[in-house]
Structures are given as C-alpha cells and as structure tokens.
Design a protein around this ligand. Structure first.
Ligand code: ADP
Ligand code: GLC
Length: 490
C-alpha cells in the first residue's frame, strides 16, 4: 500500500510529546512490512536542515485555494533511523513556520495557527500533485492535520479533482483535549462551503474545530488505545464530541502505541551510562547511581527512586500528586521529575525540590538525554493521569525495568497488569494500578509499591517480567494495516 503520514511532529525532527514518537516510529515499521510509506511535516526553525541533509524537492509550490495564495517549498530527506527508506517531506514557508515555537511562544499560541496549519494541509495535497504520487491512504494525525479530510471531501477545487478521488483517509486522535478551535471566518478563508458548518459537520460551539473535521470527514478513525476508544464516547472523556464519536463508533478502532526499539532499548541505548538486559540488569544499578548524582539525591537503603517525565499539564494528574506528596515523601521514596509546562505545576515542583534537598530532584526543561537516564536509573515510574489516550513512558519504563505506578485509565489500563503476590508469582504483573482519581488512592498505591520494593527477590522478578513484555510497534503496525485495508474496501 502507498501511505502518506501527515503530522505536525515527527521524532527526531520536532517533538513536544508522544505524537512525535508515534510518527517517528510507526511509518518505519510499516515500511519494513513492505509498504511505500512517506511522511510530511512543517519545516520549523528548530529543524537543522544541514545535519539532517535536507535537499530541495519542489523548489516552488504556489498553493492557491481560491481565496488565499501562498508560495512555499518542499524539501526532503530520509528518516535517519530507517533501514527501510522512509522519505520525509517538509513543507517550508518562512513567514508561517520559521519561528521559535511549534505552536506558540511563552505559553501563548500563535494568533495565526489557523492559517499556518490550513496552509500545511493545503500544501500537503498540492505536494502530492507536484510529485505525481497518489497514496492509497493519507493517515492524518490530530487537529493539525484534520482539515485535509474536509478538503478532500468538500473543497470546491480539490473535491472535483480526479487526482484526489481515490485517496482514502484515516484520522488518528492522539488527544481529545486539543481540538483546533478557530474563528468561523476560517470557512470562507479556506474556501470551504458553509453547508458543512453545522453541529454534524465542522462546527463546534460557534467555532471551527479542525479535530472535528478529522473525526467527521475521514473514512476511518483510530485512537491510541482500545480503552480510550471507549472512553471518548462518554461524556466524561469525550470533551464535547462524544456524540459524533458514538455516531461513528463502527468506524473507530483503538490501537495501542508501541516502543521504537531503535530509540528505547536498554541493551543498545547510547544515551545511558551503562547498558543492560533482562538477563543481566547490573548496568541498571550504574544508571541509578548516575541519576542520583545528576539530581543531587542521597540514596537511602530500602527507598526506591520514583521517576516522572511529563508535560506539566492537568491531564497528567499533578493536582493529586501535589496533595499526596507529603505521604509519598514520608515513605522515604526519592523523587525525580523532568518536565515543562504550566507555570503552577513548574512552581510546585521547584519549591518541592527546594524544601526537600537530597530527597527530591527536579529539572524544569526538555532534555532527551535526561529522559533516558530517568527511565534507566529509576526504580518506579509515576503516571497518575486523569486521562491518558495511550501513554508511552509507562511502556518505556517497563522496557527499562522501571516499574510503573499508574491510574487505570486509557492506554495505562491497557498496558499495565496490576502487581500483587499472586500476579507476580504467576509472571503476569508489570506495575501498580489504582483506580479512583484521588490523592488517597494514589498515595496508597505508592506505599504498596514501596513495600513491595522491600522484598527484593519479588521485586527483581517483577522487573524481569516487565522488561520482557512485548510492546514493539510490529504488533500495532499489523493492526493499522487492517484499518487501511478496511478504508480501501469502502
Ligand atoms: P504525551 O504525548 O501526552 O506528552 P506520552 O507518554 O505519549 O505523553 O509521550 C511523552 C513523550 O515526551 C515521551 O517520549 C517523553 O519521554 C517525552 N517527554 C515529555 N516531557 C519531556 C521532557 N521534559 N524532556 C524530554 N522528554 C520529554
Ligand atoms: C497524546 C497522548 C498520549 C499518547 C500520545 C501519542 O499526546 O496524551 O497518551 O501516547 O498522544 O499517541
């Protein structure tokens, strides 16, 4: 099959969260299975065109959608981690993308994100014509790509063009909380007909939602875990779109994310001080030592190191973390956090570290290398999310023998098997799962994990079992293949 991925983030070129990891990996795994897979993203300022050896592909494209006319350029390179050649295409437009942020700066979204991503979506379709390459399926990701589905079905020029007629679309929801909401003057500015601007179409409470465009106009929808696929059809997690999702329930699949073995593998990871495997975990102790040193933490016998790596946003459960923290610290556990995000959460962790030197270490920054060190050097990984579409860090944690403590929602529920004596002995357990979204439930589960850590024989068995669970992308790639096939039958 010929498949084009459209995404605003792709690892290692530009990343703010898990979306980049997914689109940095899944296309490679599909290509290894014999498909012609290509990826397109915007060319942001932060992408080093020299280091990645970008070359011009279409030096000038004039994107003209009837009401706006913008010229840009398409550049290309190969994805660096691919033995299979996955072409990477970059849409370059200086005024729109040559900026310091991906979506905004200093906590403020860019005022013209509607025009920026409208251009990205239009230019993607223009590019295909320029290349004379017509994919079977365009795989759209999140709100930044959702308008492609609307353009193919309803744009007066594009929907009438034979070149695009056979193309099918799959839209993947990575997070319902980011809905791409813009003023409805986007409709005439994109030359889209008003008849799709209604509650069954692209309208969401008197605005345009580009997420909803993807949900309503794509041929099939996926999201990143089976449980989240169910949750988003409920009022609690549907973010106001549970109704339209229920209408399309038969075309909605939940496929759990995987681990990119080239990037997250303790046996080969070049970013950690010592490599190790399930058969010989001695390197993990070295990583733990290095982690404690980097964060200025004093080791204490019997006390586990609990790591966190996260965007610091409400989704991730930081309000219950803050409430539970005194009890968690009373267990003696060491805390290490890496993250950036909302000011209130950043301030909480900064002050927590200042008040608890030697026990709490915090780095308010984005740092790949430190992320790998935390995965390798921690004993536990805390992810008490309010909601979690898939989650990747709990998967990486298992792979690195770092036992996740999670809330049983979304992808966390689908990936972690709760540990007790029985499940550990049976070789099934991989982490600690609590259900209720309360500080009490969280601190109780942390206490359980700390207790379990005291029994090192049992703990080491848990570590080994977590490390050998299979979460590679291969399994999920096969499921995506089935979804593509279903769209082509349509
Ligand atoms: P989300 O996409 O909701 O942020 P995921 O668990 O799917 O959550 O993915 C988060 C990804 O971003 C992981 O690869 C994680 O290591 C990375 N990450 C998050 N914050 C940081 C940070 N401050 N520094 C380095 N990597 C980070
Ligand atoms: C989103 C979700 C996260 C998921 C990621 C990649 O950012 O919050 O759970 O793993 O997308 O699909």
């Amino acid at each position: 099959m010929k498949i084009l991925f459209v995404s605003s983030e792709v690892s290692p070129f530009a990343k703010t969260g898990g979306l980049a990891d997914v689109v940095g990996a899944l296309p490679q795994y599909l290509a290894r299975r014999g498909h012609d897979v290509r990826v397109v993203m915007p060319l942001y300022k932060s992408i080093d065109t020299y280091a990645h050896r970008l070359i011009p592909l279409l030096p000038e494209i004039i994107v003209d959608w009837g009401t706006d006319r913008i010229s840009g350029e398409v550049m290309r390179c190969s994805h660096p981690s691919s033995p299979a050649d996955v072409p990477m295409y970059f849409i370059a437009q200086e005024l729109l993308f040559d900026r310091d942020g991906l979506y905004g700066e200093a906590g403020q979204d860019y005022f013209d994100n509607d025009r920026r991503f409208a251009f990205f979506n239009f230019a993607t379709l223009w590019m295909l014509k320029g290349l004379n390459w017509s994919p079977d399926v365009i795989h759209l990701n999140d709100w930044q790509a959702g308008m492609v589905a609307a353009l193919l079905k309803h744009h007066p020029i594009i929907s009438e063009d034979d070149f695009y007629r056979r193309i099918r679309t799959v839209f993947t929801i990575h997070n319902m909380a980011y809905q791409g909401l813009f003023h409805h003057d986007m409709m005439p500015r994109m030359n889209l007909p008003w008849y799709i601007y209604n509650p069954d179409g692209i309208e969401f409470h008197n605005q345009v939602s580009t997420l909803k465009a993807g949900i309503v106009f794509s041929d099939r929808i996926t999201t990143v875990s089976p449980t989240y696929a169910k949750e988003i059809q409920t009022e609690e997690h549907g973010a106001g779109m549970d109704g339209v999702l229920r209408l399309r329930a038969r075309e909605l699949d939940g496929i759990l994310n995987g681990i990119d073995d080239d990037v997250w593998n303790p046996e080969t990871d070049a970013l950690i001080p010592a490599n190790y495997s399930a058969d010989d975990t001695s390197g993990k102790a070295k990583c733990r030592k290095a982690l404690l040193k980097q964060f200025g933490i004093k080791d204490k016998a019997g006390a586990p190191v609990i790591g966190m790596i996260s965007r610091l946003v409400d989704q991730k459960g930081f309000d219950i973390v803050a409430k539970a923290m005194p009890e968690i610290l009373a267990t003696g556990a060491r805390i290490v956090l890496l993250g950036t995000g909302e000011a209130k959460h950043e301030e909480f962790f900064r002050s927590l570290a200042a008040r608890n030197p030697g026990q709490v270490g915090v780095a308010i920054e984005y740092n790949e290398k430190t992320a790998h060190l935390i995965e390798a050097g921690s004993d536990c990984f805390l992810m008490p999310s309010y909601f979690e579409p898939s989650g990747l860090n709990q998967l990486y944690s298992m792979r690195y023998g770092t036992i996740p403590i999670v809330r049983g929602v979304g992808g966390l529920k689908d990936s972690i098997e709760h540990a007790n004596k029985k499940t550990i002995t049976a070789g099934k357990a991989t982490g600690f799962v609590f259900e209720r979204y309360t500080a009490g439930a969280l601190q109780q589960m942390v206490k359980r994990a700390v207790q379990c850590y005291q029994d090192q024989k049992l703990w080491q068995k848990l570590v080994k079992d977590a490390m050998t669970k299979d979460f590679t992308w291969d399994r999920s790639a096969k499921e995506y293949e089935k979804v593509y096939k279903k769209t082509m039958k349509k």
